[in-house]
Write a protein that binds this ligand. Structure first.
Ligand code: SF4
Ligand code: SF4
Ligand code: SF4
Ligand code: FES
Length: 350
């Protein structure tokens, strides 16, 4: 650990720690926009500037590492600088707050009491429409923080997105201005998840009248494969329908990253053909709705009948990599201890 001074108080940091993280651990919140913990330091938006004794100008806390004896100040002219930067960003945007999407720039402006003093005459950016049906891009909301491009390069290790143009013409586009579908993009939605302003957004929510900030989240496990990514189902409190899936960097197995299935394939939950209650075959040979108790009793009786007639070795149990570890553990326990067979297998392994 090394010692430094933060707003006049002694503070400590790990050798090489970024100032923004060290400040947070010492109870001082430094606002950021272009910074993302899982990406390399970038220092693009200047929202996180702090005063550092001996430096001729403020330094970005997200791209400056603490050194022994450093004297850092976040409370002299820093709040005014942050407010001015926020106002400048707002003045470059025709549509800083579309559709009630989570928006760090708008939240920051509210916190700092910043408003756009004017909208620059060249603020309008060329729209970009894409034929993919999952993700859209709204240039008028984009603050060009490059988080999306850095995510696709650093985490997905591909070059599906680029920052093209300069000045008022700058915008984010799939590389070579193709469709997202014609690039290396795997539609993982990671660029969407790191976008601080909602400039990249879930296209299927457009016009749905859903206030994204009001969604209720339930944490669960993705059911599509054995990686077991942790996800949040975002539920519309009025209709009780899942409207989108997100994940958080602190979730252990996947650190907030998802694949296309985990992020975008959730509509099956509400499909009318989906079974929502047990069915038991009756004497007439047809399937009839039943309570769980009746269904479990019918299954148990059927299995016991097989064991009686042919021994437990006649039974095999198929588990699935789409279940959680805990569920698979219980299935093998049911097979070995409950039914008395060691014939347990995963359907994905065949
Ligand atoms: S969806 Fe995933 S792969 Fe496609 S551009 Fe975004 S981060 Fe890259
Ligand atoms: S689309 Fe979002 S993440 Fe990408 S540069 Fe614009 S604001 Fe930043
Ligand atoms: S998000 Fe993708 S990788 Fe993760 S558990 Fe679901 S299907 Fe598997
Ligand atoms: S958050 Fe530090 S420069 Fe953007």
């Amino acid at each position: 650990m090394i010692e430094f001074t933060l707003d006049g108080r002694p503070a400590s940091a790990q050798e090489g720690e970024l100032l923004v993280h060290a400040a947070a651990r010492n109870g001082v919140f430094v606002p950021t926009l272009c910074h993302d913990d899982k990406l390399e330091p970038y220092g693009g938006c200047r929202m996180c500037v702090v005063g550092v004794e001996g430096s001729p100008r403020p330094l970005p806390a997200c791209a400056t590492r603490v050194i022994e004896g450093m004297v850092v100040s976040t409370n002299s002219n820093v709040p005014q600088l942050q407010k001015t930067l926020t106002e400048m960003l707002l003045s470059e945007h025709l549509n800083a707050d579309p559709g009630g999407r989570p928006n760090e720039l708008v939240d920051l402006a509210r916190e700092l009491g910043a408003e756009a003093p004017l909208i620059l005459p060249d603020a309008k950016r060329e729209p970009y429409s894409d034929r993919n049906r999952l993700m859209g891009y709204e240039p008028d909301t984009c603050i060009l923080c490059n988080r999306c491009v850095r995510y696709t390069q650093e985490v997905m290790q591909c070059s599906a997105l680029s920052l093209e143009g300069r000045g008022p013409e700058a915008r984010i586009v799939p590389t070579w201005e193709r469709s997202w579908l014609d690039t290396e993009c795997e539609l993982c939605g990671g660029c969407l998840s790191v976008c601080p302003t909602g400039a990249i957004y879930e296209k299927f929510l457009e016009g749905a009248g859903v206030e994204e900030r009001q969604l209720e989240q339930t944490k669960t496990t993705c059911t599509f494969c054995g990686v077991g990514c942790q996800i949040d189902l975002n539920v519309d409190p009025e209709t009780k329908r899942i409207v989108k899936v997100t994940s958080k960097p602190e979730y252990v197995s996947n650190e907030g990253d998802l694949c296309v299935k985990g992020r975008f394939s959730f509509n099956f939950v509400h499909h009318p053909d989906r079974l929502t209650e047990p069915l038991v075959r009756g004497e007439d040979g047809a399937l009839h709705p039943a309570s769980w108790e009746e269904a479990l009793r019918a299954a148990a009786d059927g299995l016991k009948g097989v064991i009686r007639r042919h021994s437990a070795q006649a039974i095999g149990v198929l588990a699935s990599a789409r279940l959680t570890n805990e569920e698979n553990y219980l299935i093998q326990k049911l097979a070995r201890i409950g039914l008395g067979t060691n014939s347990v297998h995963s359907c994905e392994a065949t």
